[in-house]
Design a protein around this ligand. Structure first.
Ligand SMILES: C[C@H](O)CC(=O)C(=O)O
Ligand code: MN
Length: 336
């Protein structure tokens, strides 16, 4: 028995950072190595989940079901998880992934829209999958609202509900309050998924654990959207120092990070002025590369675009607004 169950998300959240360009060989070799390190769950999908490969979200190099299949073939210990956002992915996508051997379904909605996950959570349960309710942009809802939405997901059958800090905007006391309330009001397991835009992913993960979360997401070498997630190998080391077990081999994770993951990064995953702005402005981490492209196209500082997106409370699914905002800022600039 381990104390904390870690889900490695680099093969899904990291897809944002590499513009959804994973190849079958990369996924196979990373999944095989993570399996050898005894990572219990490995998430594999387009960055925006099953069905995400579109012009709106970014086209994948490889059909994600081929990636899921390659990952499933590469493991004999780890369970392969898939992410699905209702409205982007469909129940059919979920069934296909399960047929290929995915064992965990993570059904993600905006923090105030849990009701759209009912059918997907129920189907995942009927398929016999371990099922997660994933409440994105959790910083945008007060704790009472989050509890209400989490209860809905639990009532649909979710085995675990996650507080998802998609923007990397939550402060440690805000994580504590949310996890504590969920722990008090729900009977299912509670998880936390952080982004490191404000350099708080590790601190927030520890705060979540202290309040009773037992499922934590990490991305090896910080390979996730924005500045990445809680760095998995660092989390394992810290938890080990705290006497908390994960069952994962630390040296093997360090080697995978250094020898397999670092070489495929287009650039090191770090807190840059743009990723810091994501956390500061409370903007969805996956907007980073979209905002960078709009910045180049319209000659507007990405930070100004991100701040404006934060003020307008633009959320996942509204990626087209990034261009609109950049165009508006450009025309305002031209008119002064
Ligand atoms: C689709 C998003 O990238 C899901 C996620 O990892 C987050 O909200 O954070
Ligand atoms: Mn994420």
């Amino acid at each position: 028995m381990t104390d904390i169950k870690i889900t490695e998300v680099a093969l899904r959240d990291g897809s944002h950072a590499i513009r959804h360009q994973y190849t079958v060989d990369q996924v196979r070799s990373i999944a095989k190595a993570l399996n050898e390190a005894r990572v219990p769950y490995i998430e594999v999908s387009h960055g925006d989940g099953l069905g995400g490969s579109t012009l709106q979200y970014g086209l994948s190099k490889t059909n994600e079901l081929e990636l899921v299949e390659a990952a499933v073939d590469a493991v004999d210990f780890s369970k392969i998880a898939v992410l699905l956002i209702p409205g982007i992915g469909t129940i059919e996508d979920l069934k296909e992934a399960e047929k290929l051997g995915a064992k965990m379904a993570r059904i993600a909605t905006h923090v105030t829209e849990a009701d759209v996950s009912a059918q997907h959570i129920q189907t995942a349960k009927e398929l016999g999958m371990e099922t997660v309710g994933f409440l994105m942009m959790s910083h945008m809802a007060p704790t009472e609202k989050l509890v209400e939405q989490a209860k809905l997901m639990e009532s649909y059958g979710a085995d675990i509900v996650y507080v998802v800090d998609s923007a990397g905007a939550l402060l440690p006391h805000e994580v504590r309050a949310r996890i504590k309330a969920l722990k008090h009001e729900l009977s299912c397991d509670i998880g936390f998924h952080g982004h490191n835009n404000l350099s708080l992913a590790m601190g927030n993960s520890l705060a979540a654990i202290e309040e009773g979360a037992n499922r934590i997401d990490g991305s090896i070498r910080c390979l996730g959207a924005g500045a990445g997630n809680t760095q998995t190998e660092a989390l394992i080391a810290v938890l080990d120092r705290m006497g908390i077990t994960t069952g994962i081999d630390l040296y093997k994770m360090m080697d995978i990070a250094e020898e397999i993951v670092a070489p495929i990064l287009p650039k090191p995953q770090e807190i840059t002025r743009d990723s810091l702005t994501l956390g500061y402005a409370g903007v969805y981490s996956s907007f980073l590369l979209h905002a960078n492209r709009a910045s180049e196209k319209f000659g507007i500082d990405s930070r100004d675009i991100l701040i404006e997106l934060g003020e307008r409370k633009i959320v996942g699914g509204q990626e087209d607004m990034i261009i609109d905002v950049a165009a508006e800022l450009a025309s305002q600039k031209a008119n002064v």
